[in-house]
Design a protein. Sequence first.
Length: 142
Amino acid sequence: MNVYDLPAINATLNGIATVLLSSGYVAIRLGRKELHKALMISALVVSAAFLACYLIYHYHAGSKPFPDLGWIKTVYLVILIPHIILAAVMVPMILKTFWHAFRGEWESHKKIARWTFPIWMYVSLTGVVIYLMLYQWFTTAS
């Protein structure tokens, strides 16, 4: 294994985070607070592992440009640009959401989680799509 294997690992971590987040949402809707807590902590750990691998990869490998494929590149950028912006925004939101839960401030936790959850889901899910577009689906087109 080397640094160039990290994009696939990152996509896997994003996919796992998506499943954990979805499961955590279902658990809290069913009133399963302890299961929700375990799933959300797991999502946080997986997302932190993703961030570490992402930073290591880009430090060593830099960026990979998307091939100029006309409208397909436009679709890629329409997914990528909000993904990047929301990825930066979500980190402090996630930390604040967890902070309120840790302190037992449930109303504040629920209030911010209503915003944090869909952003975190979007970033995790589109992270997988971006990986597929950049490293799998359109690799021979460049």
